[in-house]
Every structure is written in structure tokens, then in C-alpha cells.
Design a protein around this ligand. Structure first.
Ligand code: ZN
Length: 87
């Protein structure tokens, strides 16, 4: 019985040591990855420049993708498209 407990304690000890070793190894890898990724990330961070278009009804500038196109021009919302353009 005593031998089994000792065996379990040894297993737990091995588990903790391995985990600690793996953790230190991982941080080293992460640091290497960051330095490797840094130049690769730079071109990937492309700025999506979206054009701001004024609403034909209220004049509010909204990104082109968020607005709506209507017969009278560009509108900020469905309601303003329904109301139409205003001078
Ligand atoms: Zn509007």
C-alpha cells in the first residue's frame, strides 16, 4: 500500500516537472514566433479605407458599405431613402 502511494507521488512529481518544462519551452517558442511574425504581420495590416458618403437627405456622412443607394443618391438609412433627397 505504501509503495502505491509513493508511486502516485512520483507520477504527480513527474507530471508537474514535465508541465513546468513544457511551459518554459512554450514561452521560448512564443518569443521566437513573435519575432518571426512581426515582419509578416506588417503587410497584412492593410488599412481598409472606406469612403464616407453624405446622405442625400440629412447630409450625414456614412461609410459607403453601411449606407443605401437609392434613386436620388446615397442615403444613411432606409427611412431617408424612403423620404428621398432633400436640397
Ligand atoms: Zn440621412
Amino acid at each position: 500500500m505504501r509503495n502505491i502511494l509513493l508511486f502516485i507521488l512520483v507520477l504527480i512529481g513527474i507530471f508537474y516537472v514535465r508541465r513546468a518544462l513544457r511551459r518554459t519551452g512554450k514561452t521560448g517558442d512564443r518569443a521566437a514566433d513573435e519575432t518571426r511574425d512581426a515582419p509578416a504581420d506588417a503587410p497584412r495590416e492593410e488599412l481598409v479605407i472606406e469612403q464616407m458618403v453624405p446622405c442625400a437627405h440629412c447630409g450625414l456622412h456614412v461609410p459607403e458599405s453601411e449606407g443605401l443607394r437609392g434613386s436620388g443618391g446615397f442615403f444613411c438609412s432606409e427611412e431617408h431613402r424612403r423620404l428621398g433627397s432633400r436640397p
